[in-house]
Write a protein that binds this ligand. Sequence first.
Ligand code: HEM
Length: 160
Amino acid sequence: MPDTDLPAVHIQIESIAFLVGTWAGAGSGTYPTIDDFTYTERIEITAPPKPFLAYSQQTKRAETGDPLHMETGFFRVPGPGVAELVIAQPTGVAEVLSGSVDGFRIAVRSTQVATTPTAKNIDSVERIIEVDGDVLRYRLLMGAVGQEHQLHLEAELRRL
Ligand code: HEM
């Protein structure tokens, strides 16, 4: 009898199927040029029966509930242990990242960051995502607005 409980995950993204789900939690942000801040976040990652995962997230400022950053993109695993990610942001930024998937850890760094003429200058982005059961933690580092590559975001979310 077929196991109908198993999600229809394409074989090429089986190694990152642990990301699939709806996640909610909170994070904090920092950078030398801005005031530190805290935010809440909701992430949705779905697995169409295709060789990619679809990703979207939305954030709100923790104190006020006002909408903050949002972004959307796709994860791919083109070969064993290899992770690729493209992400678009409403701030006029498009990230192309590649790196590794090792167990429940994905670590990718930008190979290209494209920005519209009016967007902030961004030279590099690094994203590290780790899942431990129903907990997802990530860190985002960036080199932007003339600053060294360094931490911008840290967050912890739980699977709903
Ligand atoms: C959870 C996602 C994110 C949140 C909640 C967030 C939040 C913020 C906040 C609150 C600021 C301070 C200025 C403002 O209020 O607009 C800021 C600045 C900034 N963020 Fe983010 N951000 C996120 C993701 C990103 C990503 C993915 C990038 C780049 C790839 C990025 C790049 C920047 C830059 C360049 C600045 C401006 C620094 C400056 O002008 O001095 N952020 N972010």
